[in-house]
Write a new protein. Sequence first.
Length: 268
Amino acid sequence: MREYLIRTSHKPRPLPGGRWLASQHWNDLLLAHWPVPVAAITALLPAGLEADTFEGSAWVGMVPFWLDRVKLRGTPPLPGMGGFPDLNLRTYVRDRGSGEAGIYCFSLDASNLLAVAAARVFFHLPYYWSQMRMEQCSEREFYFYSRRRFSLRPVVFKVRYRGLGPTRRLAEIHGGTLEYFLTERYSLFTRNHEGQSIRAHIHHVPSPLEDAEAEIEQNDLAAAIGIELPNEKPVLHYSRRLAVYIWPAELVRPVLAARPVRIAVTPS
């Protein structure tokens, strides 16, 4: 595909082996992040994963957006999968065996029931079917509302946010910055029904990151899984668009430690 030739210059390592399975566009993203103690998320991760840290803290992110152009490789966009809102609650992890960095989603919400079912079946992602609404108020300002269906207690996320436009500071993100830590991730980890770690390699082609402003009116996502967010304003960013390519999910196999080999020596 032409994407391999013209859309990989920002990627710090070669693309994964094999062929990507699905692609989609994520649009008008708010990235809201809070630092939390490592201990706050460790018990929520599957075996084999550990919290990745920046300046000594783990990070929890909430990312509302809308997506479209959902397709399987070699097919036109899938019918019934037009533009719809999406929301994920994530953190950042490393595989204990390989040290590979990636994203781990505690939960994902979408308004499209077909998308929820497909993501659960093919990628083992903890998706929920939710009542959602996203309204564009101006060129870079949006209102986002999500309420999870069939939940024992209300799980609502309500926010108004705006991108502040491109800046020289964020035009090119470098290693050692928080923005690089949060965005340069090319593996999506989850767990299967047996509790084993599953990984899907991903590749994303972003538009430039922007600073953002947001008024979060209600936020039940973290509390729903037992995470207490700090009483401080989140770090906020906005992205106009991400083109996302997803490889098939695979079991993360532990790296086996080398074992000494005993050799019997017979005297001559």
